[in-house]
Ligand binder design. Structure first.
Ligand code: G3P
Ligand code: CA
Length: 262
């Protein structure tokens, strides 16, 4: 049922909540994502990592030290061990927060009262052979979103700094949209993205400021641009002027306000 037209506002970048509304609530928690959805975000971004028992969980760092009351390496901990930690107190959350699994976040996204897109970033997937992509595709199949009729009609987008990771997704799920992320010249003009078959490029906002021409070059190669992390009004304006399709931000409510006037 969902379409790009329904998911994004035509002519302006759509707003993706980066790790949820992470400037206001602890990143990658249910509270952060629900707040972003309440604030009208068009999409949600999450990072995924494998646990020791091969579950995909939404955690940015290699360890849990920064974002929980525990310590340890995510890939050396089981999901049960992660569930014992509080991912809210480091951010002064009102209530304790559990680790979110990818399945938890897919459930929230797909059950929300309006169409929302989930941008799933695979973190360092080559360290695990192809297990991250295998587990990710298993989950997307389970939720019925691995084989959209077209990239434009997809509720899930796989994003990664790993060209090998993007290539593996394209190989096994050719209709799923993918974005090759980069903060260096390798994504400029979309040539690396073209090589791995990504449907979009994902420059950092710093890269975009230095090389605004990459948006047009990517568009000429048939690719959309997803820019991260866009938290300042001048950068929102720049993205709108350039025709960036998606802006990932820690401040979805602010960015939506600013977009009203661009
Ligand atoms: O959305 C892409 C962006 O999240 C990449 O950087 O370090 O925040 O995962 P990072
Ligand atoms: Ca990320």
């Amino acid at each position: 049922m969902s379409t790009v037209e329904k998911v994004s506002r035509s002519g302006k970048p759509a707003v993706v909540a980066h790790r949820g509304a992470s400037s206001q609530a602890p990143e990658h928690t249910l509270a952060a994502y629900e707040l972003a959805l309440d604030q009208g975000a068009d999409g949600l971004e999450c990072d995924v990592r494998l646990t020791a028992d091969h579950e995909l969980v939404c955690i940015h760092d290699r360890t849990v030290d920064r974002t929980s009351n525990g310590s340890g390496v995510v890939s050396e901990m089981t999901l049960a061990e992660l569930r014992e930690l509080d991912f809210g107190s480091w951010h002064d959350a009102d209530a304790p927060a559990s680790v979110l699994t990818l399945r938890d976040l897919l459930t929230l996204t797909l059950d929300w009262r309006r169409p929302v897109r989930l941008f799933i970033e695979t973190k360092h997937p080559v360290r695990f052979g192809s297990l991250v992509e295998q587990k990710l595709l298993e989950a997307l199949h389970e939720f019925g979103v691995a084989t959209p009729p077209s990239a434009d009609h997809s509720r899930a987008v796989v994003i990664s700094f790993s060209s090998a990771g993007v290539w593996r997704i394209r190989r096994h799920a050719p209709m799923l949209p993918t974005i090759l992320l980069g903060d260096t010249a390798r994504v400029l003009g979309g040539s690396a993205a073209t090589a791995v078959g990504a449907t979009g490029i994902g420059p950092s906002v710093e890269t975009l400021r230095m090389h605004p021409e990459i948006v047009d070059k990517a568009a000429a190669a048939g690719r959309v641009t997803y820019c991260w992390t866009v938290d300042e009004q001048a950068d929102v304006q720049l993205c709108a002027d350039l025709g960036v399709r998606w802006v990932a931000t820690n401040r979805p409510a602010k960015v939506r306000d600013w977009l009203v006037t661009v």
